[in-house]
Design a binder for this molecule. Structure first.
Ligand code: DX5
Ligand code: ZN
Length: 217
């Protein structure tokens, strides 16, 4: 299974985002956390910033939308050039229709599940998505502690994906570090988001390489 490392720029210096993207050029994707102060109690950045980041980033953008009404707003992120656009199951009115719209616009469609959101209602629909994001903290902030209680859900998703021979990536996001990444890989993740563990390191490239190695990549 290919290992994808996606550092989250939530922990980067927002005054120097182009340079901060340059520091993670050895990663596979750059994870961009869009928060709207409605779906989560935090506000980060939005479409105009993503449009510019897509033009200057050395790696594809993996946009994680923690926003209300993604049915309305998410397609624009696909048009902005995001490689993948992930919206929250708890916020979407019509997740399958939205996933199809994102794919029609050339992006990979991702479905995010907050810690208390079960995977079961979506198991019959996994083929509509390119990725499922299993949140391993409550969404909204970087630097929180990893929630081991999310791992059984990840295992169930891995079983379902493999059982049906699907090519759906399984992403973990929140508290992923050298301490926790092996547990995530063992439970079936193949895309690893890390904010503070990468941008909080003296050498982000070394942190990326360490995570990749521990994840089995
Ligand atoms: C949290 C965000 C995460 C966050 C992860 O809501 O979705 O992407 O940046 O940060 P760490 O790795 O510090 O937990
Ligand atoms: Zn995220």
């Amino acid at each position: 299974m290919a290992v994808t490392i996606a550092p989250s720029i939530l922990s980067a210096d927002f005054a120097n985002l182009e340079a901060e993207l340059g520091r993670i050029a050895t990663a596979d994707w750059a994870h961009v956390d869009v928060m709207d102060a409605h779906f989560v109690p935090n506000l980060t950045l939005g479409l105009p910033v993503v449009q510019r980041l897509a033009q200057v980033s050395p790696v594809p953008l993996d946009c994680h939308l923690m926003i209300a009404d993604p049915d309305r707003w998410a397609p624009s992120y696909a048009e902005a050039g995001a490689h993948s656009v992930t919206f929250h199951a708890e916020a979407a009115a019509a997740p399958v229709r939205l996933a199809r719209e994102l794919r029609e616009r050339g992006a990979r469609a991702g479905l995010a599940l907050s810690p208390a959101t079960p995977a079961e209602p979506f198991l019959d629909w996994l083929g509509e998505f390119d990725m499922v994001l299993v949140m391993t903290v409550e969404p909204g902030f970087g630097g929180q502690s990893f929630l081991d209680g999310c791992l059984p859900k990840l295992r169930r998703l891995r079983s379902a994906v493999d059982e049906h021979g699907l090519e759906v990536r399984l992403q973990v996001d929140g508290g992923v570090s050298a301490e926790t990444v092996e547990r995530c890989a063992e439970a079936g993740a193949d895309v690893f988001v890390a904010g503070s563990a990468v941008y909080g390191a003296d050498d982000p490239a070394a942190a990326i390489a360490q995570l990749r190695g521990l994840a089995g990549g």
